[in-house]
Design a protein around this ligand. Structure first.
Ligand SMILES: [Zn+2]
Length: 76
């Protein structure tokens, strides 16, 4: 151990590795909009039926060629 290493060892009391905390909303959105198989961004399509007050939502991964989300939402 040379003099520089000895000096550094004496002056460093503690070190912190601080990582930014992501909020739950961002984590949910990223999980909702990416393919769980390959991580690609999903392509969403929405078809709205104004008579039935329903929105049909579909999410497709063009990399995997798989439809991931196929659900219906009610208009308010
Ligand atoms: Zn995929």
């Amino acid at each position: 151990m040379d003099n520089n290493q000895k000096q550094e060892a004496r002056t460093i009391i503690t070190e912190f590795n601080i990582t930014p905390v992501r909020d739950k909303h961002s984590e949910y959105l990223e999980e909702y909009t990416t393919c769980c198989l390959c991580g690609s961004e999903l392509e969403f399509s929405h078809v709205t039926n104004f008579i039935m007050h329903q929105v049909a939502e579909q999410a497709h991964c063009s990399t995997c060629s798989i439809d991931h989300i196929n659900q219906s939402h009610t208009l308010q």
